[in-house]
Every structure is written in structure tokens, then in C-alpha cells.
Design a protein around this ligand. Structure first.
Ligand SMILES: [Zn+2]
Length: 176
């Protein structure tokens, strides 16, 4: 038996195995939201921080959209899988409840993805709105809409119907 060749490739030092923070962030940020799969947890602002130590162990901070959000366990599992696939050797996930999540954390890109899917996005960051004002219909833009149910398919959405076009639509509720 010849000894295993080691001249061409030295045993990797711990640093060589580490996943860089930008790669880890991108992998975690790309995880889709289980309830609103057209947007990612990065776009929703649920992903708060990702750090990777020199041994490839990732520490992830997530802020749930709503306390007790049932999707969090799915998100947690999906983040662990995504970072493991990206090469992290160990992943731990911390839920950070303070400062709380707000709809201001949703990126412009994610708002666009919601609107494109026919879901009324919450108002933009810095936009002063009358929270009692009904959301505009994502199909025709009319504000002559009325609520059908304060809770849609998920706790973070409500179900509305448009007067002019009679189209029911989902709204992501504003949280500030
Ligand atoms: Zn309409």
C-alpha cells in the first residue's frame, strides 16, 4: 500500500473550511417564507444577522413577524438546511424578539414581489399613512375595498374584497 498522497493538497486548516459571512448571509436570506413563498426571509427582514466563526459554525438571528408565528419552526429548519448546504458545519438559530419586527423591514424588492402576486403590501418605510385607510386593490388600485376577514390564510394577513372589481385579495397587515 502506498501512503496516501498529501503533497498536492495539504490538509485544510480550519480557516479554509470556513464559509465567508457574505455567502452565509446570501444562503440564509434566500430562504422563502413558508406562508408568503414569493418573498424571502431576507426580503421580509426576518433575517437579522448571520455570523460565521473560523470553524464554519454559523450563528443566525431571526426576528419573527409575529410572536408565536407558527411558520418560525419551518423557517428555522430551512435556514439550518440552507447553511448546511452552503458548507457550514454547525448552525444555531437564535430568535431575537427585541427590537420587534415591523413591516418597515420589508425591502422594496419584496414589496414588489408581493404586489406582483396580487397581495397588497404594507406601506413603505417612512410613508405616513392613516392606518384606518383601506388598502388599495392590487388589481385595479381602487381604495373602495372592505375587509372580509381580519385573519387571512395566516395570522399576518387579512382578506379584503374590492368593490369595483369584486376581487378578493390578501393584504399583509401593517405592523409598526
Ligand atoms: Zn379592484
Amino acid at each position: 500500500m502506498t501512503p496516501r498522497e498529501s503533497s498536492s493538497r495539504p490538509a485544510p486548516a480550519p480557516d479554509d473550511r470556513a464559509v465567508d459571512a457574505a455567502t452565509a448571509w446570501a444562503a440564509a436570506a434566500a430562504v422563502p417564507d413558508p406562508e408568503l413563498p414569493m418573498v424571502t426571509i431576507g426580503g421580509l427582514g426576518v433575517l437579522r444577522d448571520v455570523t460565521v466563526d473560523d470553524r464554519g459554525r454559523a450563528h443566525v438571528q431571526l426576528t419573527p413577524t409575529y410572536t408565536g408565528c407558527p411558520a418560525m419552526e419551518t423557517i428555522r429548519a430551512d435556514v439550518v438546511e440552507a447553511l448546511t448546504d452552503a458548507g457550514c458545519l454547525h448552525v444555531d438559530v437564535e430568535l431575537v424578539l427585541s427590537p420587534p419586527w415591523s413591516t418597515d423591514r420589508i425591502t422594496a424588492e419584496a414589496r414588489g414581489a408581493l404586489a406582483a402576486a396580487g397581495i397588497a403590501p404594507p406601506p413603505q418605510r417612512g410613508e405616513t399613512v392613516d392606518l384606518a385607510l383601506p388598502p388599495a386593490c392590487p388589481r385595479c388600485g381602487s381604495r373602495r375595498t372592505r375587509v372580509l376577514s381580519r385573519f387571512g390564510a395566516t395570522a399576518c394577513t387579512a382578506l379584503w374584497v374590492c368593490g369595483p372589481c369584486r376581487e378578493p385579495f390578501t393584504q399583509v397587515k401593517t405592523v409598526r
